[in-house]
Design a protein around this ligand. Structure first.
Ligand SMILES: *Cc1c(COP(=O)(O)O)cnc(C)c1O
Length: 381
């Protein structure tokens, strides 16, 4: 069965993991810091903290920004639930900004409207989690412009977008944000099996992120509040968590970083091939704008008049298990119980009703991709 995404692991990845298991620290060794340096070098961000998932990274980002009870966080409905759950973990409440139908990313117009209304009602958010859907960066410069006068923090959920660019610079450089977080789940640009990272250019936020991910502790004696500073001491200053990434995971991520550019290149070739072979069909295709290069995490088409479940079923019968990204977060029962309703974010809902994610990953063969294109032509014409 062919699925929408799949990792690529080669002999050098396996050798790196075996080397850790046979010869090195399994956790809290040097691999985490090496992975962090590689992420900084690739993106241009000043600081990176690796953690055990992007979900943890989002949680830590919110904690480090001081998000807490009484605060509001905004994100988009068209994302994985983790983009919203992070606010709730901190005791804050969540609200959503609808998407732009072309980019399927946060709509800057809707954001501005909602800001004006929130300002009038004195209900401005503390932070906004923007999601680079399918690997395409949001319009960060304009988003920043909307938010900076109100002192609202920006977290980029870059889970899809490692390897993509915005204004010619790598996503993750944090030029317009407080944090950018990445995921290393096997379907993403690179994998550490499970894993995530927070990038930032702000030294204080980096320090705070590292603390929250390590039980709220620091070993930096210069910043101790009351302990003497003996070499064995660590000081707990906040309530943190164990969100550590083991060295086994970190060394796999580090090994995968060396292949990131070739993975993205291959994804781009496949995406271009879909673009040119699906133009004649009654579907809407993904876009890139002048100043963005997508990391092509997923390739999503929107049907115009066909029944999505029937198309999905036709693929299943031919050995392809497609996917749909995303069920709007506010339609999940948990979020409905918080007071959201169908109809609240109509662009995300209309998009979702027709969306279908085709297989796209570096190991997808030409023959497999041609089958996908052929099935679509059979089913849609
Ligand atoms: C994958 C993903 C996450 C969560 O990543 P994990 O590493 O599995 O916790 C969060 N947000 C988005 C947009 C994702 O695609």
């Amino acid at each position: 069965m062919i699925q929408y995404g799949k990792h690529v692991i080669d002999a050098s990845d396996i050798a790196a993991v075996c080397d850790v298991m046979e010869n090195r620290f399994l956790t809290q060794g040097p691999a985490g810091e090496q992975f962090e340096s590689a992420l900084c070098q690739y993106t241009g961000a000043s600081y990176a903290t690796v953690v055990n998932s992007a979900t943890s990274a989002l949680h830590v980002a919110c904690l480090s920004l001081g998000v807490g009870s009484g605060d509001i966080v905004w994100t988009v409905p068209n994302s994985f639930i983790a983009s919203a759950n992070c606010a709730l973990y901190c005791g804050a409440s969540i609200d959503f900004v609808d998407i732009d139908p072309e980019t399927r990313n946060l709509s800057v117009d809707r954001l501005q409207e909602k800001l004006d209304k929130a300002k009038a009602e004195n209900r401005l958010p503390k932070a906004v989690v923007v999601v680079h859907f399918a690997g395409l960066s949001c319009d960060m410069e304009n988003i920043r412009q909307c938010l900076e006068n109100h002192n609202i923090a920006i977290i980029e959920d870059g889970s899809h977008a490692l390897g993509g660019t915005y204004q010619g610079r790598p996503v993750g450089n944090c030029r317009y944000s407080d944090f950018c977080i990445f995921s290393f789940h096997p379907v993403k640009s690179i994998t550490s099996a499970e894993g995530g990272a927070l990038l930032t250019n702000n030294a204080a936020l980096a320090k705070s992120a590292s603390m929250y991910a390590k039980q709220g502790t620091t070993k930096d004696t210069a910043s101790f509040r009351s302990l003497e500073g003996y070499p064995w001491e660590y000081e707990q200053q906040v309530l943190g968590y164990n969100f550590r990434l083991s060295d086994i995971h970190a060394v796999l991520g580090l090994s995968q970083m060396t292949k990131l550019d070739s993975f993205i290149q291959r994804r781009r070739v496949l995406a271009d091939y879909y673009q040119s072979h699906l133009v004649d069909l009654p579907v809407s295709l993904p876009t890139e704008s002048d100043n963005t290069e997508s990391a092509w995490h997923i390739y999503v088409i929107e049907l115009q008049r066909h029944n999505r479940a029937a198309v999905y079923q036709a693929f299943l019968e031919k050995g392809f298990m497609l996917n749909v990204h995303y069920i709007p977060i506010h339609l999940q029962p948990y979020y409905q119980e918080l007071g959201f309703s169908k109809g609240d974010f109509p662009v995300s809902e209309a998009y979702y009703n027709m969306a279908l994610t085709l297989p796209l990953y570096p190991g997808l063969t030409e023959a497999e991709q041609n089958s996908v294109i052929q099935i679509l032509h059979e089913v849609l014409i």
